[in-house]
Design a protein around this ligand. Structure first.
Ligand SMILES: C[S@@+](CC[C@H](N)C(=O)[O-])C[C@H]1O[C@@H](n2cnc3c(N)ncnc32)[C@H](O)[C@@H]1O
Length: 338
């Protein structure tokens, strides 16, 4: 786990007290959540970049590790054989997360802010993350054989037109969005999904179909919920700030030019619940339909029960239908992925 010792060495601003740090994080959080018009301002402020490092960067590293774990295993082969471009890389939490999975491919960070860029370079140097290069604009990137473009909490900061322009310029084989799990972000991602499918891409995660999203136009949104372990230092800050960085909602979507596998799988959509005799909840299935499934515990072994108790929105399950309980309500037999 990343310790604050490294951040103390690279922060552009030395906080005089914990309370100054806490106030600065609160100020930054206000900008992210309620003052979006000021979103560009923190990027040239050393104090707020310091606050970003101690709170958002420190918590985004384990968040990104969890995202990678939630995605289909095939993503690791793709990452390992690509040139990875992190658009809006900030202090490069993605590169730190990739390092822990042994992804040694060439990594390019694109970052507008010089302060963020400097922090990213210092972090990669301190942690010995190799083959990393940083530029301030997509235009400065060289030609690449197999680019893998990742938007890490940055798609929500740019316009849809700009995002499309970046994709058209880079023509990546793969695109991954790791974005805040809010309704607004989902609504912005939905037309992107349609555009990407109409262009050349197939959804690899979370959907099992290339058809229209079943909750498009509904007063709901598709997102995943991560349960993240934070360091004691971060936990202490979270308690003072009264902010939860353990249960983190995320909009995680992976697109590729490679054809998506045609396996019968479903992604947990919401309300995954353990009852005395079963696990049940709403899933989005391979036909792109939201259905309610119930898995009886008596059909599972102890290990499967333990695993399933940890499942949340975003986990994927394979099953065969046992019985139709009602319209769109199924009792199913779980098929173990492992
Ligand atoms: C919320 S931060 C995310 C940082 C990091 N990826 C993370 O997940 O912690 C968004 C970043 O996107 C960068 N950004 C926004 N628009 C950009 C653009 N047009 N070109 C390059 N970077 C941009 C900002 O400078 C900022 O550092």
């Amino acid at each position: 786990m990343l310790s604050y010792k490294i951040l103390d060495e690279i922060t552009p601003y030395r906080f005089r007290s914990e309370s100054e740090l806490v106030k600065s994080i609160e100020e930054l959080s206000q900008i992210f959540n309620f003052q979006r018009e000021k979103i560009g301002e923190y990027l040239s402020d050393e104090r707020l970049i310091g606050a970003y490092l101690y709170f958002y960067f420190a918590t985004n590293v384990p968040k990104m590790k969890q995202c990678l774990e939630l995605l289909p295993r095939t993503i690791f082969e793709e990452l390992q054989t690509s040139q990875i471009i992190d658009f809006g890389c900030g202090p490069a939490p993605l590169f730190v997360a990739l390092e822990s999975f042994g992804i040694k491919s060439e990594k390019w960070g694109v970052e507008l802010s010089s302060l963020m860029l400097e922090a990213a370079e210092n972090i990669c140097e301190k942690l010995g993350i190799e083959k990393t290069q940083f530029v301030q604009s997509v235009k400065s990137l060289p030609e690449m054989k197999k680019p893998f473009l990742v938007f890490t909490h940055s798609f929500n900061e740019i316009s849809e037109i700009e995002a499309k322009r970046i994709i058209e310029t880079l023509n990546p084989q793969n695109i991954l969005f790791i974005e805040p799990g809010t309704k607004d972000v989902f609504k912005k991602l939905t037309p992107m999904r349609e555009w990407l499918i109409a262009t050349d891409y197939q959804v690899q995660y979370p959907c099992h179909t290339q058809h229209a999203c079943p909750i498009q136009g509904e007063d709901d949104w598709c997102h995943q919920v991560l349960r993240v372990n934070q360091t004691i230092e971060v936990e202490r800050l979270c308690q003072i700030l009264k902010k939860d960085r353990r249960n983190l909602p995320v909009c995680l979507q992976w697109y590729s030019k490679t054809e998506a596998p045609k396996i019968k799988q479903a992604t947990i959509f919401k309300n995954w619940n353990e009852t005395k005799f079963s696990f049940e909840g709403w899933v989005c299935n391979e036909a792109g339909k939201i259905v309610f499934v119930q898995i009886m515990k008596k059909t599972l072994d102890k290990l499967q029960i333990k695993k399933m108790a940890d499942y949340r929105a975003g986990h994927q399950i394979k099953y065969v239908i046992d019985k139709e309980l009602d319209i769109d309500k199924l009792r199913v037999q779980y098929i173990d992925n492992d």
